[in-house]
Structure formats: structure tokens, C-alpha cells
Design a protein around this ligand. Structure first.
Ligand code: DSN
Length: 416
């Protein structure tokens, strides 16, 4: 049990804020699909004295002395990542990116020239800012073509994507999403990329845990580069890993450091090594399976209560509700649910033109599954969402019930 005793002594104000935030996490239901709870062993690894040192460079070729153990830890993280995804030596692995966006930017920096054309999924359709959005460096440093989803059903339309790729001939195609509730067909993306001579980058940040557990198709047989953050379904520290074909390794390494970053966060790299160690266990595989069962149950229950789901359901860890039929927007829904202690974020749905007042609400099950919640709890949560958003019941009244259920489940990392 983490008690923050030393912190209380040194900085009681900060300790109090951390304590309160920890308690908020315990008393509420985190349905944000990109969030998760780490184990206490992870907090120990990332809070360790590894954060004390500089080690620019890579194992065996650092710009500072004293990196004997850091080299071993970085190699351990790389080799464990390789094992989890069953990769042979034809894959090169970089575990230094600070997080997902810097990792994607490093990939562009390493493999493209500025103003080259990239093609990624539109943010409003479920993509990511770093896949070419105009407010991101990715949309300013490169020419961008965006694909969306079929507005009739919410699914990726590979025929349309191929037409677009043939018309614009991008140098890189990016697949992967933050709000797409269905399986991504990496093979189809690869066939399209090959036809136009583009690199294929698969950003599997959201689904990496499912891929590691072999319950989502793997991009590795098809992509030139695979990027994942490590803190979502993988349940690791906030960081990222780039996997690339061996021949691209030098370009990627140079782009990460010295191209884009300085000293690696070695404490995070230790956390990544631990996350990939834990990802080999039976518990991890069962956990990923439960994420899917929970998402399926939540989706089905929400539908039974009259909610309209983009694509009609889910194949993965997340659900996107289209709120238009109940007459509120995502911002209002997010706020109402937050008052009840149900934390889910507003999101655009594919037909939205503005992200300011989007029509969707995004829900995911990785975090609550880490707390040990199962199908029974998902049904209750769907019922509370129905009571608040459709029956307009007071969120404050529901909050008591939410809290009563939430505190029955441990807060990993803190209560274990
Ligand atoms: N912010 C993350 C998400 O919520 O999906 C992606 O970076």
C-alpha cells in the first residue's frame, strides 16, 4: 500500500493533492479507453533511482559514462518486447520514445522528407492528432491526405482507401485509431501500401495488449513500422516503443535520438521491461480476454437501453456512442456522467464536422477490468448511463451507488 509518507513530510500540500487524486480514482469509474492502472511493482520501477542519470545514445554507444546497468535494462526491454510479439531478429526495436506522439513524429522524421505526403485516418473518424491533423506538427511538416470511414455504417472502407491512395500516392500510410471500435485489417492496408509504394505504419497504441494476447490480428506480418504506447491496454508506464524492419533501424534510432529527443527516461524504460515481462503471463492474457468480454457486455447493454453505437457494436476494448438520437451532445453527456463519478470522454463521431461539441461519447473497459470488474458490473454501469442520459435522473443520486460499487474494487498500484 502506497502511503506517500516521505512526500507528506517534505511537501504536505503536494502529498495532499496526490492523495485526493488517488482517492478520486478509487471512488470513480474510469471508462476512458486509453487509460489504465499499473501495478505497485510498476510504480516501484518507474519511481526508482534510474531517473537520476543521463544516458544519451543507445546500449554500447552512450555519450555519458556509467551506463553499464542502463544498457542491460534497455536491452532487456527490447528483448522482452520482441518476445511478446514473437518477432525475429529482422525487427529492430527502439524503446526510448517519450510517448506516442513523439514516437510517430520520430518515424516521420526518420523515414520521410518534410512536405512528403502521408495518409492517415481523420481525427473525426477515430484517428489521432499525430496522424496528420493540421494542429499537429504531423499536419504542418507534411502534406496530408485523410481517409475516413463509411458514413453509412462507421466501418473502414478499404476500397475507398485504396482509391484515395492510388490518387494521391502518399509516401507513408498510417493505420491505427483512437476511437474505432472494430478490427483493423492490417493485411488490406499493407496490400494498398504496396500498390502505391508507401511505407505502412501501424499505430497500435490502443490495441497493443489485445495484439500481444493474440485476440486481435497482428500488424507485424504486414507493416514496415509498428508503434505502440505502453500505458494503455499494455498496462505499462507512459512511454512508447517503435518496431521497424531491421533495414530502417538506423534511421529510426537517429530520428529518436539525437533527432528529436535528448536523454532517455530510463525509469520508464525499466517500466517498459516490466510491462513486457508481465505481458507474457497467463494472467495478462486472461485480463485481455476479460477486457473484450466487458466491452461486449457494455455495448450490448447500452444498445438494449436504446443507445445508438457507431458500427453497431464493438470488436475491441472500446465503444463509441452516437448521442444524436437522445438529443444531447458529447460535452453535455461527459459532464453529466462526471457528476455521477462515471468518467468517459466526449468524442467526435464520423459524421461530425466540429470537435468542439462532438456528438459522441467514447467508453472503454481496460481500466475497470484492471480493477477486477466483470460483466455484472458492466450491466450496472450501462443502466446508470441510461438513467442519467436518457431518463434524466439526477447524477448526484446515482453517484452514491457508483461510489459504493467502485470502492468494493481495489485500486491497483495502491491497494494491492
Ligand atoms: N489521448 C489518447 C486517447 O485518449 O486515445 C491518444 O493519444
Amino acid at each position: 500500500m502506497f502511503k506517500f509518507l516521505k512526500l507528506k513530510k517534505d511537501d504536505s500540500k503536494l502529498a495532499d493533492l496526490i492523495f485526493k487524486e488517488t482517492d478520486r480514482q478509487r471512488r470513480t469509474l474510469d471508462l476512458i479507453p486509453s487509460e489504465n492502472f499499473v501495478f505497485s511493482s510498476m510504480l516501484e520501477a518507474i519511481g526508482s533511482p534510474l531517473m537520476n542519470k543521463y544516458s544519451e545514445g543507445y546500449p554500447g554507444k552512450r555519450y555519458y559514462p556509467g551506463n553499464f546497468y542502463y544498457d542491460k535494462i534497455e536491452k532487456l526491454a527490447q528483448e522482452r518486447a520482441r518476445k511478446v510479439f514473437n518477432l525475429n531478429k529482422n525487427w529492430h526495436i527502439n524503446v526510448q520514445p517519450y510517448s506516442g506522439t513523439p514516437a510517430n513524429i520520430a518515424i516521420y522524421l526518420g523515414l520521410l522528407n518534410f512536405n512528403d505526403k502521408i495518409m492517415g485516418m481523420k481525427l473525426s473518424a477515430g484517428g489521432h492528432l499525430s496522424h496528420g491533423h493540421n494542429v499537429s506538427f504531423s499536419g504542418r511538416g507534411y502534406k496530408v491526405v485523410h481517409y475516413g470511414v463509411d458514413l453509412k455504417n462507421g466501418f473502414l472502407n478499404y476500397t475507398e482507401i485504396e482509391k484515395l491512395a492510388k490518387k494521391h500516392k502518399p509516401k507513408m500510410i498510417i493505420c491505427g485509431a483512437t476511437a474505432y471500435p472494430r478490427i483493423i485489417d492490417f493485411q488490406k492496408f499493407s496490400q494498398i501500401a504496396k500498390k502505391v509504394g508507401a511505407y505502412l505504419l501501424a499505430d497500435i497504441s490502443h490495441i497493443a495488449g489485445l495484439v500481444a494476447a493474440k485476440i486481435h490480428p497482428s500488424p507485424f506480418p504486414f507493416a514496415d513500422v509498428v508503434m505502440t504506447t505502453t500505458h494503455k491496454t499494455l498496462r505499462g508506464p507512459r512511454g512508447a516503443v517503435i518496431f521497424c524492419k531491421k533495414e530502417l533501424g538506423e534511421k529510426i534510432d537517429k530520428a529518436v535520438f539525437p533527432g528529436l529527443q535528448g536523454g532517455p527516461h530510463n525509469n520508464t524504460i525499466a517500466g517498459i521491461a516490466l510491462a513486457f515481462h508481465l505481458a507474457k503471463s497467463k494472467n495478462f492474457i486472461n485480463y485481455q480476454k476479460q477486457i473484450l468480454k466487458n466491452a461486449g457486455t457494455l455495448a450490448k447493454s447500452l444498445k438494449n437501453f436504446g443507445f445508438d453505437l457507431v458500427t453497431g457494436g464493438t470488436d475491441n476494448h472500446l465503444i463509441l456512442i452516437d448521442l444524436k438520437n437522445i438529443g444531447i451532445n458529447g460535452f453535455e453527456a461527459e459532464k453529466l456522467l462526471e457528476r455521477a463519478g462515471i468518467i468517459a470522454n466526449r468524442n467526435t463521431i464520423p459524421s461530425d464536422v466540429s470537435a468542439f461539441r462532438p456528438s459522441g461519447l467514447r467508453l472503454g473497459t481496460p481500466a475497470l477490468t484492471s480493477r477486477g470488474m466483470k460483466e455484472k458490473e458492466m450491466k450496472r454501469i450501462a443502466f446508470w448511463i441510461y438513467q442519467i442520459l436518457i431518463l434524466k435522473k439526477s447524477p448526484e443520486k446515482i453517484k452514491k451507488e457508483v461510489e459504493k460499487m467502485a470502492i468494493k474494487f481495489i485500486l491497483p498500484g495502491i491497494d494491492e
